[in-house]
Design a protein around this ligand. Structure first.
Ligand SMILES: [Zn+2]
Length: 158
């Protein structure tokens, strides 16, 4: 017996995919874009996991998993992940970055980047990620500006 939604295979193939439908918006629910690369957008999200929690959405054709990307797409997406991760490191100075490709709820390729800090209460566990109770994304204009500046510097150096 499958425990997945009845329409899972359709969703996985991109039928009525909300991420494809939204195009490349400046904001997503609880997130504001700070990087717009050739094939990916990065959004600083409400810090439900940690300060600097970021979603990176693949903005090419619909794929659910990395395995569906061709070589050029793979290179482009991972280059964006690297650049965005470096910008987060520059601004937030985490002890470690956790980068996760999940998509079990929204099967359109995207990465969750969760900075982990020296005062993390449980560093050997996965991040308490997408849990309720995080503060709203308010007062983060400064962080957005810093992240945008870091992305600009990194892109100029490539
Ligand atoms: Zn999609």
């Amino acid at each position: 017996m499958s425990t997945w939604p009845a329409d899972w295979e359709q969703r996985r193939r991109g039928v009525a995919c909300p991420a494809c439908a939204e195009g490349r918006p400046e904001t997503i629910p609880d997130g504001r874009r700070f990087s717009q690369g050739p094939t990916a957008d990065a959004y600083l999200c409400s810090p439900t996991a940690a300060a600097g929690y970021t979603l990176v959405f693949w903005r090419g054709r619909h794929v659910a998993d990395l395995t569906e990307l061709d070589g050029a797409e793979w290179s482009s997406f991972t280059a964006e992940l690297r650049l965005v991760s470096r910008a987060i490191e520059a601004v937030y100075r985490p002890a470690k970055l956790n980068v996760m490709l999940l998509g079990n709820t929204l099967p359109h390729l995207h990465a969750h980047i969760v900075p982990r800090y020296l005062d993390d209460p449980n560093p050997s566990s996965p991040p308490l990620f997408m849990m309720d109770g995080g503060e709203a994304l308010r007062g983060h204009e400064h962080a957005i500006a810093e992240l945008r500046a870091a992305v600009e510097v990194l892109r100029a150096g490539e």
